[in-house]
Design a protein around this ligand. Structure first.
Ligand code: ARG
Length: 431
C-alpha cells in the first residue's frame, strides 16, 4: 500500500489490522470516485476564491483532477488496494503528478467531509434514477392498463375469486403506486440536498471557507450548516435514501408476485416474454420466471441494508470509523435495486394476456355482489338484498363481465378507471 495520508513516521500499523480497517472500502470507493473528484474540484475552486490557493495552483489542481477522472473512466487508473481509500488515491496521484501543489489539495478539508459529500452526490444521482425508473414503470403499467381496461379478470380477495374486474384495473393500481414512489423518493432527495463540504472533521476549520459558493457549484440547494450534524447525518441520510428505494422495491415485489402467480398453469392469465424467462437444466419442459422471482427478491436487499444502517447508527455524536460500514449496504442496495427496477418497464410492455382464461375464471357467483346492490335500488335494505342474493344465485350465468365492468362507474372502478387522471399526474411529475 502507498504511504497513508496520516503517516508521520510512527511505527507501522500491523498489516492484518490495516487490512481489516480498509476492508473493501477502496473498492466501494470506485462508485464514489467521480463524485469525490467533482467535489474536490469545487473545494479547490473555493480555496482559490478566498485566496488560500493562488489561481495558477488551483487551475493546475483542477486540471489534474479532470485528468484523473478521464483516466479512471477509461480504465487507465485503477482504484485498488494500493490505496487506503479513494481519498488517499486522489491526493497520492495529484502529488505524484504536481509535486507540492498536489500536496495542497487537502487544505481545509477532512476525509470525513470528503466522504460525506461524495456519498451525497452519489445518492442524489441514484435517487434521480430511482424516480425516473418509477416514472417509466408507472407509464408502462398505465399504457398496458389503457389497452386492457375492458379485459375481464376476476378481482381477488384472500386469493379467492370475488367480483368481476379487469386487467386494466389491476395495472392501474400498480401505475398509481409507482407515482407515489416518485414523490417519496423525491422527498428523500430533498432532505439530502445539502452540502456538507467545509465542515472538515466535524468542527469546521480556521479558514473563511466559501461554503455557500461550493454548495452552489455542486448544485446543492443549501449548505448543511452544523458540522456536528454533518457527521451525525452520515448513515441517517443513507438510511432515508435506501428506505425511499425500498418503497419502490416493495411495489416491484407485489407486481412480480402477481405476475408469477398469474403465469402459472393453474391461473394461466399471463405469458411472460421469452426474453425474461429461463429454462431448467434437467426438466426440458420448464419455462421459469427467474427474472420476476429475482425482482421479487429485491426488497430483501434494501431491507437488509436498512437494518445494517440503522444498527450502525447507535453512536454518540461525531465521526467514528464505524460509519465507514454505511457504504457497503447503501451501494449494494442501490446497485442491485436500480438494476432490477430498470427492467420493469420493458417487462411490463411485453407481457401477453390470455383473455379466454381470464374470462373463463369469472364464474357466475362473482356477480352476486352486483345483484345484491341492484336489489337495493327498489328500496330494499342492503342487508336483506345481501341475504336474498346469497340464497338465490340463479340467473347470474346470463350476465357478462363487460356489463358488470361498465356499471362500476364511481371513479377508479373498472367502468371509470380514471386513467386520464393518472396520466396527468404522471406528466406533471415528469416536468
Ligand atoms: N474511509 C473512511 C470512511 O468511509 C473515510 C474517512 C476516514 N476518516 C478517518 N478519520 N479515519 O469513513
Amino acid at each position: 500500500m502507498t504511504r497513508p495520508l496520516w503517516d508521520k513516521g510512527q511505527a507501522e500499523v500491523d498489516a492484518a489490522a490495516q487490512r481489516f480497517c480498509a476492508g473493501d472500502d477502496v473498492v466501494l470507493d470506485r462508485a464514489l470516485f467521480v463524485h469525490d473528484l467533482r467535489a474536490s474540484r469545487a473545494h479547490v475552486a473555493g480555496l482559490a476564491r478566498i485566496g488560500v490557493l493562488p489561481a495558477g495552483e488551483a487551475a493546475a489542481l483542477i486540471d489534474g483532477l479532470l485528468e484523473l477522472e478521464g483516466l479512471f473512466s477509461a480504465g487507465e487508473f485503477v482504484l485498488d488496494e494500493r490505496f487506503e481509500d479513494g481519498h488517499s488515491a486522489i491526493e497520492h496521484w495529484l502529488s505524484e503528478r504536481l509535486g507540492d501543489v498536489g500536496r495542497k489539495v487537502h487544505t481545509g478539508r477532512s476525509r470525513n467531509d470528503q466522504v460525506l459529500v461524495a456519498m451525497r452526490l452519489y445518492l442524489r444521482d441514484a435517487l434521480a434514477t430511482t424516480a425516473s425508473h418509477c416514472l417509466d414503470a408507472s407509464e408502462a403499467c398505465l399504457t398496458r392498463a389503457e389497452q386492457t381496461a375492458m379485459l375481464p379478470l376476476p378481482g381477488y380477495t384472500h386469493l379467492q375469486r370475488a367480483v368481476p374486474s379487469s386487467m386494466g384495473a389491476l395495472l392501474a393500481g400498480h401505475a398509481e403506486a409507482f407515482l407515489d414512489d416518485v414523490m417519496i423518493v423525491r422527498g428523500a432527495a430533498a432532505a439530502l440536498d445539502s452540502s456538507p463540504l467545509g465542515t472538515a472533521a466535524g468542527y469546521g476549520v480556521n479558514l473563511p471557507l466559501d461554503r455557500e459558493g461550493v454548495a452552489r457549484e455542486l448544485g446543492f440547494s443549501r449548505v448543511q450548516v452544523s458540522p456536528v450534524y454533518a457527521q451525525n447525518s452520515r448513515g441517517k441520510l443513507e438510511l432515508l435514501a435506501v428506505s425511499g428505494l425500498h418503497q419502490a422495491l416493495l411495489d416491484v415485489r407485489r407486481l412480480a408476485w402477481d405476475l408469477s402467480l398469474f403465469a402459472t398453469a393453474e391461473f394461466g392469465f399471463v405469458r411472460l416474454p421469452d426474453a425474461y424467462t429461463t429454462g431448467s437444466s434437467i426438466m426440458p419442459n420448464k419455462r421459469n420466471p427467474d427474472v420476476v422471482e429475482l425482482l421479487r427478491a429485491l426488497p430483501a436487499v434494501s431491507e437488509g441494508a436498512m437494518i445494517e444502517l440503522s444498527s450502525l447508527l447507535s453512536l454518540p455524536s461525531g465521526y467514528h470509523r464505524d460509519l465507514q460500514a454505511s457504504k457497503a449496504p447503501t451501494l449494494r442496495a442501490f446497485m442491485r435495486g436500480l438494476e432490477g427496477l430498470g427492467l420493469v418497464p420493458a417487462l411490463i410492455g411485453r407481457i401477453e394476456f390470455d383473455a379466454a382464461r381470464m374470462r373463463a375464471a369469472i364464474t357466475p357467483e362473482l356477480y352476486a355482489t352486483d345483484r345484491a346492490i341492484e336489489l337495493t335500488s327498489a328500496g330494499l335494505p342492503f342487508r336483506d338484498a345481501y341475504r336474498q342474493a346469497a340464497l338465490d344465485m340463479h340467473g347470474l350465468a346470463d350476465r357478462s363481465p363487460e356489463a358488470s365492468l361498465s356499471a362500476r362507474v364511481s371513479l377508479g372502478g373498472a367502468g371509470q378507471l380514471g386513467l386520464d387522471r393518472l396520466r396527468a399526474r404522471l406528466e406533471q411529475l415528469r416536468r
